[in-house]
Design a binder for this molecule. Sequence first.
Ligand code: NI
Ligand code: MN
Length: 223
Amino acid sequence: MPKLTFIGHASFLLEEEGKETLVFDPFLNDNPQTDLKPEKVQADYVLVTHAHFDHIGEAYEIAKNHDATIISTAEIATEAQEKRHNAHPLHIGGKFSFPFGFVKATLAFHGAGIPGGHACGFVVNYYGKNIYFAGDTGLFSDMKLIGELTPLDIALLPIGDNFTMGIDDAVIAASYLQAKIVIPYHYNTWPPIEADPEEFKAKVEEKTSSKCIVLPPGESYNF
Ligand code: NI
Ligand code: MN
């Protein structure tokens, strides 16, 4: 049974016993929501949505420690390869199969944090389960297509406002995506992104058919 752990801020770990471990946007050292150190993250794949510090974080250090593969946009993957890390470049709309399943890069309306690039989100198929990780993004109506093209078990959505969707836009995103489970992130890390996840949960469960699970940092969900 796959296990998804919310490390804190926008960092998640996806793992299953005896299978590959994936880490998403591993921002650890300066992340007020976690004490996890990069040397403790034994990831095989490091997925990076964009190069803002709170997303690329310790991606390269983790990749180096464990000979992991960075999966990101072409611009970030190229930078990773220049630093002699393993990297697989993707770009928006593109999908590639890995031993655990596929990763597809999706639209995200946000800065790339690296010259010439574009931020992205990911749809990840992990041993038959589909997870959408929105990255940092505003609301966009093509999220409907993401849910239509790949029936989602879990949608991970930012709710902190200011830099990304806030609660009410993220509720609309949840209504577009129609995932079985919605999990919020990118909130309460710093004052500009304070948000009440219980308000988000109540609105999601009132206005959509999805169930919302609020994971405190460090907590896991098995699915
Ligand atoms: Ni960002
Ligand atoms: Mn961010």
